[in-house]
Design a protein around this ligand. Sequence first.
Ligand code: SAM
Length: 300
Amino acid sequence: MTGFSVDWLTLRETADGRARHAGLNRQAISLLKNRDHELTIVDLGTGRGSNVRYLAPILGGIQFWQLVDADEGLLRSAIIAIGEWAQKQGWSVNQDGKRIAIDAPKGRWTVTTELADLDQNLDHLRLDDADLVTASAFLDLVSESWVDRFAARVASSHPLCLFTLSYNGDLVFDPVDADDSWVADLLNQHQGTNKGFGAALGPRAAGYLKDAMANRGYEVVTGDSPWHLDDQSHAEEAELQRVLLSNWVIALKQWQPQHGSRLESWLDRRMAFLESGFSTLRIGHEDLLCWVDDETSLPH
Ligand SMILES: C[S@@+](CC[C@H](N)C(=O)[O-])C[C@H]1O[C@@H](n2cnc3c(N)ncnc32)[C@H](O)[C@@H]1O
């Protein structure tokens, strides 16, 4: 168990899809399009497999996905969710335990799962054949040393890397409450606590990976992919705000119980904005794509 629930990952998937930086994701796809073999894709911290549902149809062709997570229940739900999604599109689905094969008009995709703690097992992960190593909403959990190990790990086979939706510390509440910036500061400090990989990079994650990969000779591009949670335009976004605000306060109260009553009062005021139908929340994320353009330019 890593503490991420199926319900939470289901709730956020649509907002995540809307938020991803379209240009950068298109660029990743065009860099992969000219490969004339089955594409091997490794998804780190896959959760319910949202990356498969986002990328597989736009990539097309023959793909082999390896979904990695430390949470066995999430991996089971990923296979179920991918099967249900494919069936809903009218595509042919064959499931055999932890492996699922999908025949779609745009391609054939085989998806397998691997239960692994990515802190303990990064060095044992099969990345050498990977065309693409990807992750969404995962990078901000890891530490500096994990990124250093990751950059060293991919240095010999240099797959494309696409890390999307890394939290960048930017939080904007509307309407404004006097305690918003106090809570935002606390949250950004909490983002740096240990999430299973040592002190987490939190808001610094995309910047740190960018430098690590650039130092290894990779070309790196980043793009903003914020959530604009607006309870007026999309039905699920009010619920997303409600769950997010409540979960923040639960986590912050556990971490700094002395602030419990001030946090509860802030939550009550923010929930009142939400119930009145006027609450917007902008949460900054970054997408990062990196690839090797010219292998002869790589440092030795
Ligand atoms: C915020 S969720 C993102 C899930 C999914 N990528 C998505 O975008 O919906 C973070 C994921 O990282 C996984 N995770 C956290 N720590 C991990 C670890 N040490 N090893 C492997 N996976 C881990 C969690 O189980 C969870 O599925």
